[in-house]
Design a protein around this ligand. Sequence first.
Ligand code: AHM
Ligand code: MG
Length: 330
Amino acid sequence: MTVIILRLIFLNGDYVVTLNDIARQGANGAAMMPIIQGVGRAAIEISAVLRGAVFRGALGQAGAENVQGEQQQKLDILSDEIFLDEMRSTGFVCAVGSEEQEELLVIDEYSGADYLVLVDPLDGSSNLDIDGPVGTIFSVVKRKTEKSKCPHVSDTLQSGQSVIAAGYVLYGPALMLVCSVGAGVNGYTYNPSDARFELSHPDIRIPETGGYYSVNESNADKWLDNMGANLERLKQETGLGMRYVGAMVADMHRTLLKGGIFLYPADDKNTSGKLRLLYEAIPMGFIMEQAGGKAMSRDIGVLNIEPEALHQRVPVYFGSEKKVNILLGI
Ligand code: AHM
Ligand code: MG
């Protein structure tokens, strides 16, 4: 009888921790809470759009290319609009730099606000047609220009050492928001019956042992930086198995929870790698380091790279410290 009563109390939600808890985390939690709540609202809306896309004719290509020369999907554009709208509604964001937009988008109504957000609104969008997992990746920096001036692209060109908050949304079987305000990493899962994100994965730490290596190995013969031989050495020394989804959010989420390493090396076609420094590498590198792992790009920590352009690309090697060290021969 006692057991049943205790379980009912728990199910009634007495011990549920919601996204509001971010306000209590670290030095920047309170300032970041409204922005991360905005990310949460965007995630719920994007998730609904993804679920209904096939009925609305929203799958497939939009017929336009983004600034990187990649085909935009209709859902890339819709997700971008939803994210921007939610950032505008916070009142704390003066501008958004998006993988889907050539220029920095200034939010005119709040151009004096303190923060800029960088976003990949729908990461891994090649998975959309096969109902595979996709994600949203974001980070927040404080403006450098005076509040009386219009925010400028130079405000976004800050290294990962200046990131105040970062995280990702995973649109998988469950909707998850994983984020950090610089005081560890917490994962929240959307509970549809209560219509809110609830803390489901407190204090995520990447396991030092086990896990997988995760990479598009079909490119191995084109990799630069001796990465083919380096990966062979890692495989021999660790005996790791392989998993690859082809959506960075899903591949990084597994790497964080199960251990191992995720990499996207440079190759002879993409000599600077494929992944974007500001929208993918820095936010995910921030999360990886906050979870006790290591985030490298060639011989430099990803968070130490000084960005030179909004859409800059870099090679990435992210994982548990030991695995990254073995891969890079450190
Ligand atoms: P996207 O932001 O245009 O979706 O591209 C980035 C994606 C990452 O999610 C993923 O790690 C990578 O591209 C997969 O690339 P590939 O298909 O070359 O393996
Ligand atoms: Mg992406």
